[in-house]
Design a protein around this ligand. Structure first.
Ligand SMILES: [Zn+2]
Length: 438
């Protein structure tokens, strides 16, 4: 039982390694063997599927380390949205109205569109942060259904916040706890979601911390995305946002700290001290004009996410590179590939095992790219090919947890009804948004 991939050019982008004419045998959810002419050595084993990868490159799947599938139906939005002149205005006028308008059907449609988009782009795992204040309980199970139907790996959480009152806060806390303790699967796990320290009182943070310590999962939270947050935190609590999280015992190796554009040096030191991950979302930061912190990409524990702008990590990595180059001439493509690969370290901390490596024993989350390089491709320039040559249009076949989920560009089910349903849900969602005041 297993999948045999023959004659691939294996390309691991970080650490860079290019090996031509290689076979890979996958059994269950792991890479079992790598070598040449493996078929002969497998003669006593029933191979379910042989994939001819001649002329294609085989790489580890990509990880989107921060996303919001709930926003997947916001693209091209037509609704009565007042102009927003600062970051909090963007939240109040757009996102905090869109999320309140979501219901069970529109969230499921969002999840399906998000999962299909991710796999088409060669992204095999998405770490999602959900907000749907009118449909909190059951929302993570709803999203999990979309991840599993499409075959995408994920880590899900619900963003706890005070902005929807005590009842909304308590439901969010219970949704995280219940999902982690009763609804996880082999490929979809939970984290403990929180919106941001600036929308959580000390009492609320203490309640979130109880779920973190009780479940052994990490907090997944936005921190200092805008310059407003550290000033507010110092004024209100006499501590920086990360010092508050540390005070409640929520910084550890499973913590996912999102954005951190305005982190102080002492907060970056806290991240390193606790081994917590920072997730950089360059396109979102540019779109919201919240600023840029060129030092973040120097941290060894920085990964990359999209913050809801799809799940195409080719695009996000290119933007991370170009935005950093605008500030610093000492950044090279392999710096960015290191950050992208770090998403696998997050998966390892949650799922256990090895991710993102082309070697026996590693989890089989893989992508075949139909890319015929027009210039020589080797260890020393693989990262350059990624940033300047490759894109999602080369994605051919995607394997998640040892299962083919996208086969030569096609899903094993008809996607047309899914997109038709999504368009209907989007129109209803935008209409409900218009009834919600900023
Ligand atoms: Zn976000």
């Amino acid at each position: 039982m297993g999948i045999l991939i023959e004659n691939a050019t294996m390309v691991q982008f970080h650490p860079a390694k290019v090996v031509r004419g290689t076979d890979m045998y996958i059994e269950k959810n792991r890479i079992e063997k790598i070598g040449t002419e493996l078929k002969a050595s497998l003669k006593d084993i029933k191979v379910d599927r042989i994939i001819d990868a001649q002329g294609k490159i085989l790489t580890p799947g990509m990880v989107c380390s921060h996303n919001h599938f709930y926003s997947a139906l916001a693209r091209g939005i037509v609704a009565d949205i007042p102009p927003s002149y600062d970051f909090v205005g963007v939240l109040q006028n757009l996102w905090w109205r869109l999320d309140r308008a979501l219901d069970r059907a529109s969230l499921h449609a969002s999840g399906m569109v998000g999962a299909l988009d991710a796999l088409r782009a060669g992204t095999t795992a998405v770490i999602d942060h959900n907000a749907s204040p009118s449909f909190i309980r059951g929302s993570l199970g709803n999203l999990k259904g979309a991840f599993e139907q499409c075959g995408l790996r994920g880590i899900l959480c619900y963003e706890v916040t005070d902005r929807n009152g005590v009842e909304g806060r308590d439901e969010g806390i219970e949704e995280n706890r219940e999902f982690i303790t009763g609804q996880e699967s082999d490929t979809v796990l939970g984290a403990v979601g929180a919106h941001a320290p600036f929308t959580l009182s000390d009492e609320s943070l203490e309640m979130v911390a109880e779920v973190v310590s009780g479940t052994g999962r990490g907090i997944h939270v936005h921190v200092s995305e805008d310059r407003y947050e550290p000033s507010f935190s110092h004024h209100q609590y006499s501590l920086s946002p990360l010092e508050r999280l540390e005070h409640f015992g929520m910084l550890d190796e499973k913590s996912l700290i999102i954005h951190g554009v305005h982190l102080l040096q002492k907060e970056q030191d806290l991240l390193c001290k606790h081994g917590s991950f920072l997730v950089h979302n360059p396109r979102s930061n540019m779109n919201n004009a919240v600023g840029y912190n060129a030092r973040l990409i120097d941290l060894s524990n920085t990964a990359i996410g999209t913050d809801g702008i799809g799940s195409d990590m080719f695009e996000e990595a290119k933007c991370a590179f170009f935005r950093s180059r605008e500030e610093r001439r000492d950044i090279w493509p392999d710096h960015i590939m290191y950050l992208l690969d770090n998403g696998n370290r997050i998966l390892e901390r949650y799922f256990g095992g090895t991710f993102g490596r082309l070697e026996p024993g590693c989890t089989a989350d893989l992508v075949l790219l139909d890319y015929d390089p027009p210039t020589p491709l080797g260890d020393d320039n693989a990262a350059g090919h990624f940033i300047f040559g490759l894109s999602a249009r080369y994605v051919d076949t995607v394997i998640v947890n040892g299962r083919v989920v996208l086969d030569e560009g096609r899903f094993p089910f008809d996607t047309e009804p899914i997109y038709r349903e999504a368009r209907e849900q989007a129109a209803r969602l935008w209409s409900r948004m218009n009834e919600i005041k900023p």
